[in-house]
Design a binder for this molecule. Structure first.
Ligand SMILES: N[C@@H](CCC(=O)N[C@@H](CS)C(=O)NCC(=O)O)C(=O)O
Length: 83
Protein backbone atom coordinates (compact mmCIF):
# COMPACT_ATOMS: atom_id res chain seq x y z
CA UNK A 1 0.00 0.00 0.00
CA UNK A 2 1.15 3.53 -0.73
CA UNK A 3 2.33 5.62 2.20
CA UNK A 4 2.16 9.37 1.67
CA UNK A 5 4.77 11.20 3.71
CA UNK A 6 2.72 14.29 4.28
CA UNK A 7 4.04 17.62 5.51
CA UNK A 8 1.46 20.05 6.82
CA UNK A 9 0.63 22.99 4.54
CA UNK A 10 2.52 21.57 1.59
CA UNK A 11 1.95 20.38 -1.95
CA UNK A 12 1.66 16.81 -0.72
CA UNK A 13 -2.00 17.72 -0.32
CA UNK A 14 -2.21 17.35 -4.10
CA UNK A 15 -1.09 13.73 -3.87
CA UNK A 16 -3.77 12.99 -1.29
CA UNK A 17 -6.26 14.61 -3.65
CA UNK A 18 -5.06 12.46 -6.58
CA UNK A 19 -5.27 9.24 -4.57
CA UNK A 20 -8.74 10.15 -3.33
CA UNK A 21 -9.91 10.88 -6.88
CA UNK A 22 -8.57 7.53 -8.10
CA UNK A 23 -9.86 5.71 -5.01
CA UNK A 24 -6.40 4.25 -4.44
CA UNK A 25 -5.91 3.02 -0.85
CA UNK A 26 -3.14 4.76 1.05
CA UNK A 27 -1.94 5.59 4.49
CA UNK A 28 -0.48 8.84 5.77
CA UNK A 29 2.70 9.41 7.72
CA UNK A 30 2.41 12.92 9.17
CA UNK A 31 5.30 15.37 9.53
CA UNK A 32 5.07 18.86 10.97
CA UNK A 33 6.98 21.95 9.91
CA UNK A 34 9.43 23.30 12.47
CA UNK A 35 9.41 26.87 13.83
CA UNK A 36 11.23 28.02 10.68
CA UNK A 37 8.54 26.34 8.54
CA UNK A 38 11.08 23.78 7.31
CA UNK A 39 10.47 20.06 7.10
CA UNK A 40 11.67 18.07 10.12
CA UNK A 41 14.84 15.98 9.78
CA UNK A 42 12.75 12.80 10.12
CA UNK A 43 11.47 13.32 6.57
CA UNK A 44 14.96 12.43 5.31
CA UNK A 45 14.27 8.97 6.62
CA UNK A 46 11.66 8.59 3.87
CA UNK A 47 13.85 10.09 1.11
CA UNK A 48 17.27 11.82 1.24
CA UNK A 49 15.85 15.02 -0.29
CA UNK A 50 13.90 15.58 2.90
CA UNK A 51 11.10 17.37 1.01
CA UNK A 52 7.42 16.67 0.75
CA UNK A 53 5.72 15.07 -1.00
CA UNK A 54 7.32 11.65 -0.88
CA UNK A 55 5.54 8.36 -1.26
CA UNK A 56 6.79 4.90 -0.43
CA UNK A 57 5.30 1.86 -2.10
CA UNK A 58 6.45 -1.70 -2.48
CA UNK A 59 9.94 -0.90 -1.16
CA UNK A 60 10.38 2.14 -3.40
CA UNK A 61 10.62 5.78 -2.34
CA UNK A 62 9.46 8.33 -4.90
CA UNK A 63 9.95 12.09 -4.55
CA UNK A 64 8.89 15.11 -6.62
CA UNK A 65 5.23 15.83 -7.24
CA UNK A 66 5.44 15.19 -10.98
CA UNK A 67 7.27 11.91 -10.49
CA UNK A 68 4.72 10.76 -7.95
CA UNK A 69 1.80 11.62 -10.24
CA UNK A 70 3.51 9.72 -13.06
CA UNK A 71 4.15 6.71 -10.79
CA UNK A 72 0.56 6.59 -9.58
CA UNK A 73 -0.76 6.91 -13.12
CA UNK A 74 1.51 4.08 -14.33
CA UNK A 75 0.96 1.68 -11.44
CA UNK A 76 -2.60 2.34 -10.40
CA UNK A 77 -5.48 2.71 -12.78
CA UNK A 78 -8.68 3.91 -11.21
CA UNK A 79 -7.79 2.05 -8.03
CA UNK A 80 -6.78 -1.14 -9.84
CA UNK A 81 -3.10 -2.03 -9.38
CA UNK A 82 -1.34 -3.08 -12.56
CA UNK A 83 1.03 -6.05 -12.61
N1 LIG B 1 9.81 20.18 -6.67
C1 LIG B 1 9.33 19.55 -5.45
C2 LIG B 1 9.26 20.60 -4.35
C3 LIG B 1 9.24 19.96 -2.97
C4 LIG B 1 9.18 21.03 -1.88
O1 LIG B 1 9.88 22.07 -1.95
N2 LIG B 1 8.32 20.79 -0.89
C5 LIG B 1 8.17 21.74 0.19
C6 LIG B 1 6.69 21.76 0.62
S1 LIG B 1 5.58 22.30 -0.64
C7 LIG B 1 8.96 21.32 1.40
O2 LIG B 1 9.18 20.14 1.63
N3 LIG B 1 9.37 22.33 2.19
C8 LIG B 1 10.02 22.09 3.45
C9 LIG B 1 11.50 22.24 3.36
O3 LIG B 1 12.05 22.54 2.28
O4 LIG B 1 12.17 22.05 4.40
C10 LIG B 1 7.98 18.91 -5.71
O5 LIG B 1 7.27 19.38 -6.61
O6 LIG B 1 7.63 17.92 -5.07
Amino acid sequence: MITVHHLNESRSQRILWLLEELAVPYEIQFYWRDVHRMAPAELRGAHPLGKSPVITDDGRAIAESGGIVDYVARHYDGGRERS
